[in-house]
Design a protein. Structure first.
Length: 69
């Protein structure tokens, strides 16, 4: 991690230490924490709306597929 995310993660780990809880060592638990902190609540809905609004105008399907991913 870099920047703000790195600082945030270090603070999470320090808080866990202060409370005497078990450190986060599993990937899935770390990903859950990251998603809750950095992905907006309506992210999936926003992506769905963008996908629904795609129109093929002068580009190949491959270009739209790449943009979507």
């Amino acid at each position: 991690m870099k920047g703000h995310a790195k600082i945030w993660w270090q603070e999470i780990q320090l808080e866990i230490d202060r409370r005497g809880k078990e450190k986060i060592t599993r990937w899935d638990r770390m990903v859950d924490k990251l998603k809750k902190q950095f992905i907006p609540v309506d992210y999936e809905l926003d992506l769905f709306k963008k996908m629904q609004g795609l129109k093929q105008v002068g580009k190949f399907v491959q270009e739209y597929t790449e943009k979507f991913y």
